[in-house]
Each structure stands twice: as structure tokens, then as C-alpha cells.
Design a protein around this ligand. Sequence first.
Ligand code: HEC
Length: 189
Amino acid sequence: MRKVTYMLLFAVLISLPVTINAADGSVAFSTCVDNKGNITIPKDFRTRWVHLGSWAVPAKTDPGAGFHDVYTQPESVEYYLKNGSFPDGAVLVKEIRKAEWREMTTGHVVSEGDVDTTFVMVRDDTGRFKGNPNWGDGWGWGLFKASDRSINASASYKEDCIPCHLDAKDTDWVYVGGYPTLRKGDGMK
Ligand code: HEC
């Protein structure tokens, strides 16, 4: 009898739609998403992931002033170059760093200072986390301010992200034209 119960329990467990990683509660499809759809900044992305490219917004008075460095996983780059789209579970991290100006032997140089805001997008092909206001249109959306980098400060992606990403709607909401690493041939659109 007990054996049957265990077998039933096992059958139920393996049929669950998502696998929970016991250690941190993250779902199997992404190590930076927990089972409720809460997004965190991926660990070690600077040392282990691929730098897709950077946007420089050099005027001090511009709202996005600084450098915008964008990263993704190596396997997502390989998939993109083959298929022209991001795979389920692909994560894009955009880190905004303050710009610093100085004179060097090479000229008037702008280099990267401290991290300010970090943005994260997690590709979701299957519509997980319905009802969570930071999931939809094929992605999970996260915003992490310098004041507390452990909490997604976006209240709703429809208000906090989509209006500004409309220009990239045709390329799956991603400004792919800015990433040399994803270019097979020519550059910006
Ligand atoms: C003020 C407009 C604006 C807002 C608001 C905004 N974005 Fe963006 N985002 C952009 C632009 C423009 C780029 C590319 C150029 C740049 O960074 O200067 C970009 C790039 C990104 C990238 C790099 C990948 C890509 O799409 O090219 C990520 C990741 C990202 N945004 C996530 C988010 C998330 C998540 C939110 C909401 C929490 C958000 N963004 C809100 C304008 C915005």
C-alpha cells in the first residue's frame, strides 16, 4: 500500500508543469526567476555571459545619461545567430553605468563609473505567470534601482516598459540593431 502511495506521489511530482530548484526556489527554465515569477538580477553575468554591445548616452543632461551595457547567455547568442530570435529562458541584462569624463593621452575620454539602474528581460515562450503584472508579451520584465538591487521596482511592465519599447515591437521588443554580437551582416537598421 505504502509503495503505491509513493509511486502516485512520484507520478504527481514528475507531472508538475515546472520543476522547482530546491535550493533557491527558482524555476527550472531560469535561475533568476522564482516560482511566483519574481525576477532577480542574474548572478555572475559580467564574468560568464556575452557582452552584446553598449549604448552611450554622453550628454550629462539626458535622462539616460551614461553607458548602457547589455549582456545575455552564450547559448542565447548562438540560438539567435541561427534562428533570428531569442530562445525560451533567454535573459537580457542592461546595466546603466555613470559616465566619467577625463583628459587622457588618447583625448577627451568618457569611461564607465558606478552601476546605476539594471534592467532585466526574461524570454517566456509559454505564457507563464499569468496575472503577474511584470510578465507578458513574451517576456518577464525587471527593473532594479541602485537603492535596492534585490527587488524588482517595476509595478507593471505595461506602464513601466512597453511605452518606451514600442519602437522595438517588430523585433520582439528588443533593440537588436544596437548589438554587434547579434549582427550577421550589416549594422543598425
Ligand atoms: C525611457 C524609455 C525606456 C523605458 C521606460 C524602458 N526602456 Fe528598456 N530600453 C529603452 C531603449 C531606448 C533601449 C535601447 C537603447 C538604450 O539603452 O539607450 C532599451 C533597452 C533595454 C534592454 C536591452 C535589450 C533591448 O531591448 O535592447 C533591456 C533588457 C530593457 N531595455 C529592459 C527594460 C525594462 C524591463 C523596462 C521596464 C522596467 C524598460 N526597459 C523600460 C528604453 C526604455
